[in-house]
Design a protein around this ligand. Structure first.
Ligand code: MG
Length: 291
């Protein structure tokens, strides 16, 4: 199931995109379910199966606005840097990795973005917030945590995944380099487009099979299988949850493959009017303009 959060003018509620891509109002068909995505996830497998049962009788909604599937996760969005081999090389070679010692990190590089950075499909990335002119995109698969916990082992990790969505880890490269730690270069308002939907984990039992493709203004820039991750989904969940309790609805962006703007000579930074389109098989397309 592809779950979404949407609004048709009133309060946000939960829907699903059916096989034809139509938006169906799950909340209308199952009014006892929580109306927000974090609540639904926290309600556990029984609530998810109620939502699934409701899908066929849920009314189609037209003209509604899709919001980020999780507009406000319980924590900052976790993000992982340098997690594809070819991207780690292009980043090391770009001169923008201010604090790096290793091309391929020996342990996952984890940072976070505040929830105020999250925007929905179609909403603008605000280029004026980066006056240094180093705006870049990073198409990424993101994990949505279902059952929370601390000390989750690799072997158990996939059973803690509720589903997967897409994140654009938008980055102000000069700020990223200048401040060494990445939150000030990556946590800017509007720098975390998320969506369009959460593909539930039952429909992606092996996330390494997912394929990510990014276009900028119709030009293909990234095309990779999640199988190329340096630290895979179970490893990331084990590493982050070792001493931080993961909660239902927490989001972990897994890193970007080769083909970001600074990988080109000269760099292909984003400009006002550009459109970034990220597609992951099964999840859908996340498209945002640069304003
Ligand atoms: Mg990234």
């Amino acid at each position: 199931m592809r779950l979404v959060t949407f609004s048709d003018g009133g309060a946000a509620r939960i829907g699903a995109l059916d096989a034809d891509g139509a938006l169906r109002d799950i909340t209308a068909a199952a009014p006892t379910l929580p109306r927000d995505m974090v609540g639904l996830i926290a309600a556990g497998p029984k609530a998810l199966s109620l939502a699934r049962d409701a899908l066929s009788k849920a009314p189609v909604v037209s003209g509604a606005k899709l919001l980020a599937p999780i507009p406000r996760p319980p924590k900052n969005v976790f993000c992982v840097g340098k997690n594809y081999h070819e991207h780690a090389k292009e980043f090391a070679g770009s001169g923008f990795d201010g604090g790096a010692k290793d091309v391929v990190p020996p342990f996952p590089v984890v940072f976070s973005k505040p929830h105020t950075a999250i925007i929905a499909i179609g909403e603008p990335i605000l280029s004026h917030l980066d006056p240094t002119g180093g705006l870049d995109y990073e198409g990424e698969l993101a994990i949505v945590i279902g059952t929370g916990g601390r000390g989750i082992t690799k072997a158990a990790a996939l059973s803690h995944v509720f589903g997967y969505t897409i994140i654009n880890d938008v980055t102000a490269r000069h700020l990223q380099k200048r401040h060494s730690q990445w939150v000030l270069g990556k946590g800017l308002d509007s720098f975390c487009p998320m969506g369009p939907a959460i593909l539930t984990a039952d429909e992606a039992p092996d996330p390494t099979k997912l394929r990510l493709i990014t276009h900028v203004n119709g030009e293909k820039r990234q095309d990779a299988l999640v199988a190329d991750l340096i630290f895979d989904v179970p490893t990331l969940i084990e590493a982050i949850s070792a001493a931080i309790t993961l909660e239902p609805g927490d989001v972990i962006a897994t890193g970007t493959p080769v083909g970001v703007g600074i990988g080109f000579t000269p760099p292909k930074f984003l400009r006002k009017g550009d459109v970034v389109r990220i597609e992951i098989s099964g999840i859908g397309v996340l498209e945002n303009p640069v304003a």
